[in-house]
Design a protein around this ligand. Structure first.
Ligand code: UN1
Length: 499
């Protein structure tokens, strides 16, 4: 189905224009999906002004009523789950099952946000002064700028959107210029819900289409108190510094270089499944993709052999076909990047299985690859750089503490996992001496986190947390209020200031 037909299904007017500046192509076959007008800095300023005006109205609407907007949005997402998944598949190349999973994540976060709308709790704290009350109150913050990446073109936005709207804020969204139709679809459905809700101000959600120069302009805008950005470490470093320089707040979700440790006590069948989905799933284009494997030397030969066998059977091709497991890379640059990384490993003497381009006859303008296994044993100790493609670097180890140290010895700190049936090994991995990542799993892979936990990582991953748990607090401002209901004015710390 064409993108235009999918938009008709969603009852969103077709936004493409002839010969507009941004030409969006499908990674499935390189065909043009449509051309879109991009927004100028002046458009961006207007959008922030609109979002600010909407925020001023929205912050006074009781939070449970704000939750009703997310309830309605979740219903719309449920009704259009398949269509939205098709939009994702067409524009970002995800296989159908994973695209539907992404829409499910959106539904889940909206459901969470509805519950959260009645749970924006603050604390009551014991005051040191007589007849005084000390309270912590969570207040709306202002417009939230969301900068999202191509690989989760809907879900990551929704984590931010659902929470920030319930928290009483408005939204400005600058999606990746590779996936603007995904953004237009989500924004269009949300706008339908906003239009149907009397108390929701019209400008609550703003969408801006453009490249990183538009993002840079928005990041500097003084009326955007919070910037939530997902993407490369380089992008995050620039965004974080700019936002900090104007005392804004940022939530950064950047690169990962996620590892799985498979110990001699692991159940190999389980480990194998976790590894294959983690490393080859989503064509290796998740932040949480498994990029490194540390195997206990006693099982290494066996595990590598089994991985090679399964990798040989992976069905690569058109992501719209039901039995495909690995779709295309997003573009030629991603492909070149992968090939450069493989060349480096080959030149160093690593043994490589897979990595070659495929489906070129059917799709000469697209970039399908066989996921690659790089056996680095005896050559490399570690791999510090994130290659955003399906490349799994395999290492062996003798001692678990050493494997954990090597797992941690990279700049990134997003996701990590251990496969073991030994409680001592598992608990060591989760202890203060264990994984230094934001996500640490036992007997499951590094990718595919549920929305229930806070999502994000340490070090060059940026330190931000999104999704559930108490991540909502990042979208609000904390107010400490002290109330004196006595007729005295005792000072804190017992200070005497009588004149
Ligand atoms: C991302 O790759 O940016 O854990 C997000 C996962 C997903 C989210 C990934 N729930 O793989």
């Amino acid at each position: 189905m064409s993108m235009q037909a999918l938009f008709e299904n969603l009852q969103i007017s077709w936004p493409a224009e002839r010969e507009a500046a941004l030409q969006v192509t499908s990674p499935i076959d390189g065909q043009l999906l449509g051309s879109l007008r991009t927004h100028s800095n002046a458009d961006a300023n207007q959008a922030v002004t609109n979002a600010h005006a909407a925020f001023v109205a929205w912050r006074s609407i009781p939070a449970p009523q704000r939750g009703a907007l997310l309830y309605a949005f979740a219903q719309r997402l449920r009704n259009h789950k398949q269509t939205l998944a098709q939009v994702i598949t067409l524009e970002c190349g995800k296989i159908t099952a994973e695209a539907e999973g992404e829409v499910q994540e959106m539904i889940d976060i909206c459901d969470f946000a509805v519950g959260l709308s009645r749970q924006l709790y603050g604390l009551t704290i014991a005051s040191e002064r007589p007849d005084h009350a000390l309270r912590e109150i969570w207040q709306p913050l202002g417009p939230t700028l969301v900068i999202s990446a191509f690989n989760f073109p809907m879900a990551v936005w929704s984590w931010n959107a659902a929470l920030t709207l319930v928290c009483g804020n408005s939204l400005v969204w600058k999606p990746s210029e590779l996936t603007p139709f995904c953004a237009l679809a989500c924004h269009g459905l949300l706008q339908q819900c906003i239009n149907e809700m009397d108390t929701a101000p019209a400008g609550l959600s703003q969408l801006l289409i453009g490249d990183c120069t538009l993002g840079e302009h928005l990041v500097q805008h003084k009326h955007v108190p919070l910037v939530s950005a997902t993407g490369s470490c380089r992008m995050g470093q620039a965004v974080g510094a700019q936002v900090a320089s104007r005392f804004g707040r940022s939530i950064l979700e950047l690169g990962g270089n996620n590892a799985i440790i498979v110990t001699e006590k692991a159940e190999l069948d389980l480990a194998l499944r976790g590894l294959v989905f983690g490393a080859a799933g989503t064509a290796g284009q998740r932040c949480t993709t498994t990029r490194r494997l540390f195997m206990h030397h006693s099982i290494a030969d066996k595990l590598i052999a089994r991985l090679q066998e399964v990798y040989g059977q992976l069905r690569i091709g058109d992501p719209r076909q039901q039995d495909t497991l690995v779709g295309p890379l997003i573009h030629n640059d991603a492909y070149q990047n992968m090939q450069r990384a493989l060349l480096k490993a080959r030149e160093a003497g690593c043994h490589i299985v897979g990595g070659e381009r495929c489906c070129t006859e059917e799709y000469p303008q697209a970039y399908y690859v066989r996921p690659a296994l790089v056996d680095t044993r005896g050559i490399w100790e570690n791999h510090a750089h994130e290659v955003f493609a399906p490349v799994l670097y395999c290492f062996d180890y003798e001692d678990l503490e050493d494997a954990i140290a090597r797992q941690n010895a990279v700049p990134q700190g997003l996701s990590s996992a251990i496969f073991t049936r030994d409680i001592t090994e598992a608990e060591l991995f989760l202890s203060a001496r264990g994984s230094d990542c934001g996500i640490a799993n036992v007997n499951l892979g590094t990718s595919g986190a549920e929305i229930g936990g806070a999502f994000g990582g340490e070090k060059h991953t940026g330190g931000g947390r999104e999704s559930d748990s108490d991540a909502w607090k990042s979208y609000m401002r904390r107010m400490t209020a002290t109330i004196n209901y006595s007729s005295q004015l005792p000072l804190a710390q017992g200070i005497d200031f009588s004149v």
